[in-house]
Design a protein around this ligand. Structure first.
Ligand SMILES: [Zn+2]
Ligand SMILES: [Zn+2]
Length: 280
């Protein structure tokens, strides 16, 4: 792996289709994330940009979503995921990440400093959202980035700010656990905010759990864009990781995709529905 100085990060290649940033010296013909069967190479072929170019053409849009601040590139870029700022005693945690950093966004986040504390950590669910994580870490003052070790092979950079956690559960703060939700990727993980924003707590599952358009049914796929489902064993393994978690709200990866209230029951019903479908 290659170490790249933070000021240069805004100039290294970013894949236009998935938004992943790579070190210049490892510049390759094709993006490994997009060549994987879970993703796809853009219909016009592999194209590269830089986060500086993306930042010049996009803004980071902030929006409160059912009590949680979300960040998204506008107009939409790459996979189009949202990131979240989760308030904590003494600061905030950034869950998920975006492909470009803007000065305006960094200023706004600094202005949100809670209890005199800034962003203490970045944590990301899986490789599709690694995006410009090192650049964000640097822009926020050199904060640690927490990733599940099972996906370490997908990390293109070396950095002293990377922290790989292992096992099924990792206590990030008093109120936040990172939880292993394998299936979509071996290291897919979620963020469990045990006390907020409402008393029942909330789960941020990345792509491990995808909320359907009616926002009452969830699904669990190995590839969403290519519609490759999880098989029986993988589904059972994921369900065994979700069952012990207590949450009433579920915040999905994409704008508008959340289940507020009774989310745990809806996810359980969605597992049962999927299992019944596998039985034919
Ligand atoms: Zn890509
Ligand atoms: Zn994904």
């Amino acid at each position: 792996m290659i170490q790249v100085n933070a000021p240069k990060l805004s100039q290294v290649p970013v894949c236009v289709t998935c938004g992943t940033q790579y070190p210049e010296v490892e510049r390759m013909e094709d993006c490994p994330v997009c060549c994987d069967a879970r993703q796809y190479v853009g219909w016009d072929g592999q194209r590269w940009t830089t986060s500086a170019e993306v930042a010049a053409q996009h803004e980071v849009h902030f929006e409160d979503c059912a009590g949680v601040m979300t960040l998204q590139l506008a107009p939409r870029f790459g996979i189009g995921q949202r990131a979240f700022l989760i308030p904590q005693a003494g600061g905030m945690v950034m869950w998920e990440c975006l492909s470009a950093v803007t000065d305006a966004a960094v200023e706004r986040i600094a202005g949100m400093a809670r209890d005199g504390g800034r962003v203490q950590a970045i944590a990301i669910s899986h490789p599709h959202f690694y995006s410009a994580m090192l650049e964000w870490s640097a822009a926020l003052g050199g904060v640690p980035i927490y990733l599940h070790e099972a996906d370490e092979e997908w990390v293109a950079f070396d950095s002293p700010f990377l922290r790989f956690w292992s096992g099924d559960r990792f206590k990030l703060t008093d109120a936040i656990d990172l939880v292993h939700l394998p299936g979509h990727f071996e290291g897919s993980s979620g963020l469990l905010w045990k006390t907020g924003p409402r008393p029942g707590g909330s789960l941020f599952p990345g792509d491990a759990i995808q909320i359907g358009m009616d926002r009452r049914i969830a699904s669990f796929m190995w590839s969403y864009p290519n519609a490759i489902p999880l098989g029986r064993k993988s589904l059972a393994r994921l369900r065994a990781h979700v069952d012990p978690l207590a949450f009433s709200d579920l915040y999905g990866s994409f704008e508008g995709k959340q289940m507020i209230g009774e989310a745990k029951a809806l996810v359980e019903a969605s597992f049962a529905r999927y299992e019944a479908a596998l039985e034919g």
